[in-house]
Design a protein around this ligand. Structure first.
Ligand code: DHB
Ligand code: FE
Length: 282
């Protein structure tokens, strides 16, 4: 059976793409953010996942407000990247893993998740920047991906409880995949941020640190909150932390525990409190 080796999570602010392009990683503004990654690079060099299941939110590139699935699973052989308006360099097509995609899709449908299946899927900065951050030496990360889009853009959003159940079901699907591949799960987005309106620039360090701690010690902690409560606590875009919750729930599959490999928290990049995390299943 496939091995679920661990989980990764990072913020996905578009400006990171510009910083990588300019080679600005050591500038004072960027260094505290990029310094969060080398211990995780070392770990990835050791555990070498073959496939990464990426929980991310599409920001209007593949789905728009007229058609907004709650959960959408990619089932393509490759995923094209395009720029949805940030002006950041695009990546060449990213290889998919249709075998795992279809296994996850079949398992999710059997467990009564009414997902959208995408045999073509454009992926945006939320999918590509984390690949650049975790595998900086490679133009395209040396992994196959299965992107899973969770709507955190247009209300009504899925509840934290539902996202947790989805993540757990994805973890169980990975563990029941008849393959010798090593699989990691990844979350992108968060932590607290709000880009628009009266509370633009809102950041909640206390909540973020509690949430980060819960990833290690109490994975279901955030499921106590409604989506409106999460918006109140983390900001309108801070609800992207639902991706982190799905990733963490996947790691509970089969009764696994986790060991923290590394984490980092830094305020601000753009209007966002940034978080980075790697967890290894034990
Ligand atoms: C920013 C953050 C995001 O999560 C995003 O998708 C776009 C922009 C920002 O902080 O600039
Ligand atoms: Fe975002």
């Amino acid at each position: 059976m496939a091995q679920l080796i661990g989980g990764l999570a990072t913020s996905h602010i578009p400006a990171i793409g510009g910083a990588i392009h300019r080679g600005a990683q050591n500038e004072p503004y960027w260094k505290p953010f990029f310094d969060g990654f080398p211990p995780i690079h070392q770990w990835l060099g050791k555990v070498k996942p073959d496939v990464v299941v990426v929980f991310y939110n599409d920001h209007g590139l593949n789905f728009f407000l007229d058609k907004m699935p709650t959960f959408a699973v990619g089932a393509a052989a490759t995923y094209s990247n395009a720029d949805e308006g940030w002006g950041i360099p695009t990546l060449p097509p990213i290889p998919g893993c249709p075998e795992l995609s279809w296994h996850i899709i079949n398992q999710l449908i059997a467990k009564e998740f009414d997902i959208v299946t995408c045999q073509e899927m454009l992926v945006d900065h939320a999918c590509t920047l984390p690949l650049k951050l975790f595998w900086p030496e490679h133009e395209v990360a040396p992994v196959q991906i299965v992107p899973i889009d969770i709507n955190t853009v247009q209300f009504p959003l899925p509840t934290a409880k539902r996202v947790y159940k989805l993540g757990k079901a994805v973890g169980e699907a990975i563990q029941s995949w008849d393959s010798d591949k090593r699989v990691a799960v990844m979350a992108t987005g968060g932590l607290s941020h709000q880009l628009e309106g009266e509370r633009a620039g809102f950041i909640n360090k206390k909540f973020d640190l509690q949430f980060l701690d819960s990833m290690e010690t109490n994975p279901e902690w955030a499921t106590q909150f409604s989506d409106l409560e999460l918006v109140e606590k983390a900001g309108t875009q801070g609800v992207e932390l639902l991706m982190w919750l799905a990733m963490r729930a996947a790691l509970t599959a089969g009764g696994s525990g986790v060991r923290k490999v590394h984490s980092n928290y830094h305020i601000p990049i753009s209007n966002t409190a940034t978080g980075v995390l790697a967890l290894e299943t034990v």
